[in-house]
Design a protein around this ligand. Sequence first.
Ligand code: CTP
Ligand code: MG
Length: 227
Amino acid sequence: MPAREMSVAAIVPAAGSGQRLGSGGPKALHVLGGQSLLRRSAQMLAELVDVLVVAVPADHEAEVRHDLAGLPCPVLVVVGGATRQHSVAAGLAALDTGTEFVLVHDAARPLMPPAVAVAVLAALRDGLAAVIPVIPIADTLKTLGSDGQVAAAVDRSRLVAVQTPQGFRYNVLAHAHRAGLDPLTDDAGLVEAIGVPVHTVPGDPVGFKITTPYDVLIAEALLAARS
Ligand code: CTP
Ligand code: MG
């Protein structure tokens, strides 16, 4: 497809196995209120982007194509990798090199309000190269020593929790991934590592990541309260 038709893309890493949820299949395909986590995440993005690339576990391509049928933008399904970053890299490799902006959004955040993605995109269109949604941390934080005892209190006033979608100029994200993957950081961390400043916009607690069965209960309660 010509680049001009694909200037905003989204990559959805959905290739994890969901060990902590333990639902017996890929977490992205876990159904929440009648729709998979992946479909909910993809649907939110499909309204805002020109093309969506979904990285899925091997042998689940056909199931995902079926799950994502009828979205209002083209969907490319690729096989993900052993880590989230490898899955994002697989998605990146499927994009047209003329793409202008890329949103990277976890399938595991199915309730993220579109307004957050809109804010990330608006900041990119205003000229920023890397933008991430963040929320304040409510809990008191401490670091532990190797003996498991409290080593220090942490000043949380300058700490935030990072969400997705994270947005990047395509060239910046591609450069950061070429420079090397580091399993201890996210895409924004890779971008920081090549010296590009990462900006923030307010995230939304409703866009929390579903990790454990407890999170599924919270998400179901939120959906029930909406209907
Ligand atoms: N992910 C991916 N490829 C991987 C690992 C993770 O695309 N090799 C995706 C997941 O599908 C999810 C997002 O990255 O949408 C965030 O990862 P996480 O919440 O850790 O999901 P899982 O890795 O599936 O869960 P767990 O760590 O409990 O196994
Ligand atoms: Mg994981």
